[in-house]
Ligand binder design. Structure first.
Ligand SMILES: [Fe+2]
Ligand SMILES: [Fe+2]
Length: 472
């Protein structure tokens, strides 16, 4: 029997028989998926110091305890309702928000929820082997925290599917456990979620850039006229912030350590000789995950995005900061690439909504990169990290099928093939990374050679706290 004790929630689960029954059917499959596809080697004999959301207020949300991962209490939480909330954009601007799914938008909403939901278990699958190469017990805990929360995000989307989409919703919830990251026959829906993440540099870049795409998407969905979707995604955003913290500080600590090693080795020496991660390598991984995450925002010109906006399903990030919310006849100056040259054209703003969200995303990423560069600056380094041009290495949208260097200069296919590993990780780069991550560091307070310790521990615990305990 499913109870509030087993599944912490603020949706009054115990009085909702239909939802309870649907979840009782789904939960065992979820646990099986977690065991099969979740963190490998950390299911049965380890206890992890993680936070579990037990309510949406600050105290309930930061509840820390040791748990075995499969026994984590994945819960269902909606942010508090906003009294008398009105639709904030699109054709129904100013009307009351919806507590049920309008029939005419059912398919579109289901598609939005399934696409978001699919990314959550995908990232757990992508990261399942990382524990065996962890740079410290502190990082191992952070990895598992991210993983259990992505699991909870899946629960959040499944809650919506089960509650508002009937039979179809239940089928979709099953399929979310059947697709698999990187699987040839049943891959995850979006490409960045089919890429393997087998080393910690990729993991930190993923949580910096791809989880930040999660933030973009959740921010735009939290504007939705469908109030339960808005409230669900608003609470997810608070968790997402921790994922980006893990990514940003992870790279910051690698940079810190790289600078130390460079000083020790003498600046002209290759930092790889002393087991560090060189700055060009960090830049290549940044290029890789930033470009993949740009793709996640979809095509520059999109009639789907226009229709999501018009119908009030998906807004812009921080919709209330815009002057005008109906946006019927305003334009976006978009750069096109025609006959080898950039040309600016006016596009109806509604058709440019993916690009509008991408603009917000690029700005948010740029601020993070500027924070990283301060570390290099403080160490007196002349190197700087930078975001590649948004035309670089794109697989979706108008730049896909063409080649550009990180400055956005067009290249022929031959030029690209000859130089791509100057800008993206090569097999040799990955091999090097795996060689320095080859042995996990499980001793409390110890850190792999390529990464500096964090400034402070989790939940005011010391850095050498035993964040993951092994059972005898
Ligand atoms: Fe997530
Ligand atoms: Fe996330």
């Amino acid at each position: 029997m499913i109870s509030a004790e087993k599944i912490p929630n603020n949706v009054n689960l115990s009085s909702n028989k239909r939802l309870q029954r649907a979840l009782e059917h789904w939960q065992p499959k979820y646990i099986q998926w977690w065991r099969d596809m979740g963190p490998q080697g950390f299911q049965d004999y380890h206890q992890v110091y993680v936070r579990t959301a037990i309510s949406v207020d600050p105290e309930g949300w930061a509840h820390f305890e040791y748990v075995k991962l499969p026994e984590y209490r994945w819960g269902i939480f909606l942010a508090d309702p906003v009294h008398d909330r009105k639709i904030g954009f699109g054709d129904f601007f100013g009307q009351s928000v919806w507590q049920e799914v309008p029939g005419e938008f059912r398919n579109q909403l289901r598609r939005l929820i399934v696409t978001q939901g699919d990314t959550e278990p995908a990232s757990v699958e992508q990261q399942r082997l990382l524990g065996q190469r962890c740079p410290s017990m502190y990082d191992l805990r952070n990895l598992f925290q991210v993983n259990v929360e992505e699991g909870r995000h899946l629960w959040a989307m499944v809650y919506l599917l089960h509650s508002y989409f009937g039979r179809d919703g239940r089928d979709e919830a099953e399929e979310l456990l059947e697709r698999q990251s990187g699987n040839r026959d049943k891959p995850r829906i979006l490409e960045a979620f089919n890429e393997p993440i087998d080393n910690w540099l990729d993991f930190f870049m993923f949580t910096m850039f791809t989880d930040r795409d999660g933030k973009s998407q959740l921010m735009s969905l939290s504007e939705s006229s469908l109030d339960p979707l808005s409230r669900t995604t608003r609470f997810m955003l608070t968790e997402e912030a921790h994922h980006m913290f893990v990514g940003e500080t992870g790279i910051a600590r690698i940079l810190e350590r790289t600078c130390q090693l460079m000083k020790q080795a003498g600046f002209s020496e290759d930092v790889r000789k002393v087991g560090g991660i060189d700055i060009p390598m960090i830049q290549k991984h940044l290029n890789q995950w930033f470009s993949l995450s740009l793709d996640l925002h979809g095509s520059e010109v999109s009639s789907n995005a226009a229709s999501y906006f018009a119908n009030g399903l998906k807004g812009r990030a921080k919709e209330d900061t815009f002057d005008e919310h109906i946006v019927r006849d305003t334009f976006y100056n978009m750069e096109f690439f025609e006959e080898g040259k950039p040309v600016t054209k006016e596009i109806l703003m509604r058709n440019a909504m993916n690009e509008v969200l991408r603009d917000w995303y690029v700005g948010d990423c740029a601020a993070g990169v500027a924070r990283w560069n301060r570390i290099l600056e403080q160490h007196g380094m002349s190197d700087r990290l930078r975001l590649p041009d948004r035309k670089f290495h794109r697989g979706i949208g108008m730049y896909s099928g063409f080649h550009f260097d990180p400055n956005g200069v067009p290249l022929s296919k031959e030029q690209w093939e000859a130089r791509k590993y100057d800008w993206l990780p090569s097999a040799a780069d990955t091999e090097y990374l795996l060689s320095i991550m080859d042995k996990p560091v499980y001793e409390p307070g110890k850190f792999a050679n390529y990464i500096a310790p964090p400034r402070r521990g989790i939940n005011q615990q010391p850095i050498d706290f035993e964040y993951v305990r092994t059972e005898a």
